[in-house]
Write a protein that binds this ligand. Structure first.
Ligand SMILES: Cc1cc2nc3c(=O)[nH]c(=O)nc-3n(C[C@H](O)[C@H](O)[C@H](O)COP(=O)(O)OP(=O)(O)OC[C@H]3O[C@@H](n4cnc5c(N)ncnc54)[C@H](O)[C@@H]3O)c2cc1C
Length: 357
């Protein structure tokens, strides 16, 4: 199949870097995607600099509009940036796809006068905590391939399929030292045992109360980001259960002691200790929570009051503006989200292209 023909606007640091990355990885991209991508035309005001960056591999012009007008170009990569010509070109584009992630996408829409309804609401985070197992043998959690094992036994704790899952993450010293509670000598003493520590992370499929918006990414009157999040009661119950399951798993794996990440850690050395986890508070500042899965702030739906985009990914009421990233996920999903986001973006892009052509 003929490679996708791309036009590059701006051959500065990021533009020339993008060109190099695509050139260098052409064979691998073709192997993985089944189709290559070639930058065949580049625009920069400084044509000499652009020529130096791309050599003879692409036609170089000084006018960005010449690239846009070229019917052989399938995709435009805009890397001029700023509020001048780049902004004008984006505003003129018949279709704009926003893919800034579930924090920046709703902020961009709100700052551009396209907020309201579900934009910035229904933030889902897969709130995640960990337990640390103290073993007598060396584990060295910083070595090896991450996510070597996961357990989804508890993913459907309620009738709607909400619960939690456990994963074996890598444990790097810097991340571990931040996550492990305590200060001074007590903290240093735990860190000295680092080679024998092992962690299990517990991720909650949040949003089990599907009508509730647990969190938001909104702008204030000055356009500054305001992010808030609070566990609903059912999600907090799932979090407690997830800590208990993770600690039980560590005990079964031979840990002599397991520490939770509560501000004042619960130390589990036998099954009977697990009961303490069931009653300990998990609200803000009571237990370390983190998230690598930020989703849902512009979710797909048919009701503009409770969703950001339609089932085609188009922003309600703003024809031509689409959102293809993690913010469109309608619910907190029960797996790590990356492949779902890529698959959904890919399907919606194909449908968009089919409608457009
Ligand atoms: C440490 C870590 C580990 C993870 N591990 C896994 C895993 O093992 N499996 C899995 O499935 N998922 C994993 N994830 C989650 C996964 O990375 C995300 O779900 C996914 O990348 C989200 O895709 P996205 O397109 O929504 O946002 P992103 O991938 O964040 O893409 C948004 C892009 O937009 C850019 N951007 C934002 N604002 C602007 C702006 N104004 N101008 C220009 N560019 C802008 C950002 O720089 C970013 O490159 C992990 C995440 C982290 C942080």
């Amino acid at each position: 199949m003929k490679p996708i023909q791309a036009g590059l606007l701006g051959a500065g640091t990021v533009g020339s870097g993008t060109f190099n990355v695509l050139q260098r990885n052409q064979l691998e991209i073709t192997r993985r995607a089944g189709r290559g991508i070639q930058i065949t035309m580049v625009a920069d005001l400084d044509t000499e600099r652009a020529r130096a960056a791309v050599g003879d591999a692409a036609q170089v012009v000084g006018d960005a509009r010449a690239v846009i007008a070229n019917p052989d170009i399938d995709i435009i990569i805009e890397l001029i940036g700023g509020y001048g010509i780049a902004r004008t070109l984006v505003l003129e584009a018949p279709i704009v796809i926003v893919s800034g992630g579930a924090v920046e996408t709703p902020l961009l829409l709100q700052r551009s006068g396209m907020g309201g309804g579900g934009v910035g609401r229904y933030l889902r985070l897969h709130p995640t905590t960990a337990v640390i197992g103290f073993h007598d043998r060396e584990i060295y959690g910083a070595a090896g391939i991450p996510l070597s094992a996961m357990c989804d036994e508890h993913i459907t704790r309620d009738a709607n399929g909400y619960g939690f899952w456990l994963e074996c993450p890598p444990l790097h010293p810097s991340v571990g030292s931040v996550a492990i509670a305590g200060f001074g000598e007590a903290h240093a003493s735990v860190m000295r045992q680092f080679p024998t520590l092992s962690s299990t992370i517990a991720l909650v499929r949040d949003g089990s109360d599907m009508q509730a918006s647990s969190g938001s990414v909104l702008t204030d009157a000055k356009g500054r980001a305001r992010i808030s999040y609070a566990l609903t009661a059912p999600d907090a119950a799932n979090l407690r259960a997830s800590i208990e399951a993770a600690a039980r798993l560590q005990l079964a794996a031979g840990a002599r002691a397991v520490h939770t990440l509560h501000t004042s850690p619960i130390v589990v050395t036998r099954e009977a200790d697990l009961a303490q986890i069931r009653t300990r508070a998990v609200h803000a500042n009571r237990v370390s929570l983190f998230s690598a899965h930020v989703n849902g702030t512009c979710r797909i739906g048919t009701d503009p009051a409770t969703s950001g985009v339609s089932p085609t990914g188009e922003r309600h009421g703003v024809p031509g503006v689409y959102v293809f990233d993690g913010s469109m996920l309608p619910t907190g999903i029960g797996v790590n989200p990356q492949e779902t986001i890529m698959a959904l973006s890919s399907i919606l892009t194909d449908r968009l292209l089919a409608r457009w052509s």
